[in-house]
Ligand binder design. Structure first.
Ligand SMILES: Nc1ncnc2c1ncn2[C@@H]1O[C@H](COP(=O)(O)OP(=O)(O)OP(=O)(O)O)[C@@H](O)[C@H]1O
Ligand SMILES: [Mg+2]
Length: 307
């Protein structure tokens, strides 16, 4: 039941950032401007999910996820657990270490302008990907990409920015074994030793790596990047070149646009959903079109209507 005193907006804040002076000031500034905004703070994983449920019960019309990609992911999961008409609108106050989704959206990183945009800007329906019990709004990465983005985000940065020799050395030192996986989508399939799999609703992961540059948030499609494993330094050079160009059907790189796909592997495959780690042997990804109304900067090129 909607309570008469229900606040219009509620900030679900990752407890890591609860005492940052700029965040406190930003909340105060919004209240001073007349916004009805209250704040709930998380302690651990699972809290944000529950807080979304409570906010919907209280009739909050706009939620702001204050944190990094993991916090946004958990708030989105909470929204997706509600029936579509009961989902509050969503804004983002970027306070994480990578903030890949927020950066892809071009959100301000300073708390006050970010919170102001989150509360006041127009909302657009954006797609959300479901993957079993989980969901993601930005990107799922798998294979080597998931391991390095989970453990050392900078390693992926160095890899994709060049540095073939050091990467070969690193892979050897790790005794890196590629994962053999089978992807199926539409009426096509692909079975290959995988180096990297990136499934983009949004564009970037791993602290600024643009792995799906053509992705739109509301086109009902996933932009998938498949990178086959390589055996030698020269193969790796070619792979890095192809990653720059992202061909549809290269020797190492394939790019696919599809509303859904399934993945099967013999071993548990390391996967990273909006920065949160999982290990899965088989999964199916589907998209729920325009499932969440997201506060976005005007003229964002992440919308299908844009260029
Ligand atoms: N009070 C808290 N203190 C520490 N960790 C918390 C707290 N509340 C929730 N968490 C954990 O924080 C994680 C999410 O962090 P989040 O992704 O928002 O920040 P980040 O990892 O620094 O940013 P990014 O993912 O953008 O790099 C979740 O796994 C959640 O369990
Ligand atoms: Mg995180």
């Amino acid at each position: 039941m909607v309570q008469p005193e229900a606040p219009q907006a509620r900030l679900i804040l990752n407890g890591k950032s609860a005492q940052i002076p700029d965040v406190r000031d930003a909340v105060q500034a919004m209240r001073d401007q007349g916004h009805s905004l209250d704040v709930r703070v998380t302690w651990e994983a699972g809290d944000a999910l529950r807080l979304v449920h409570e906010a919907a019960e209280a009739g909050v019309s706009r939620l702001v996820a204050g944190g990094g990609d993991g916090t946004v992911n958990e708030v989105v999961a909470g929204l997706m657990a509600l029936e579509a008409p009961r989902r509050p609108m969503l804004g983002i106050l970027p306070l994480g270490s990578a903030n890949d989704f927020a950066n892809g959206l071009g959100l301000p990183l300073e708390p006050e302008p970010a919170l102001s945009l989150a509360l006041t800007s127009r909302c657009h329906g954006v797609d959300v990907a479901r993957l079993g019990e989980d969901c993601f709004i930005n990107m799922a990465t798998g294979g080597f990409g998931a391991e390095v983005t989970t453990s050392t985000p900078l390693a992926l940065k160095r890899l994709l920015g060049g540095g073939a020799y050091s990467l070969m050395g690193m892979l050897k030192a790790w005794h890196y074994q590629p994962y053999r996986g089978r992807l199926e989508w539409a009426d096509e399939s692909l079975e290959t030793p995988l180096f990297l799999l990136a499934i983009g609703n949004g564009r970037q992961a791993g602290g600024g790596q643009c792995l799906a540059p053509g992705a739109k948030l509301d086109d009902g499609l996933l932009d998938v990047l498949v990178v086959r494993h390589f055996a030698s330094l020269s193969e790796m050079r070619q792979l890095l070149q192809e990653i720059e160009q992202l061909p549809r059907d290269g020797e190492f790189v394939r790019t696919i646009r599809t509303p859904g796909l399934t993945f099967t592997s013999r071993d548990a495959f390391p996967l990273n959903l909006d920065g949160e780690p999982r290990h899965l042997r088989r999964f199916e990804v589907t998209l729920e079109p325009r499932a969440v109304k997201l506060a976005m900067p005007d003229g964002s090129d992440l919308l299908a209507g844009s260029g």
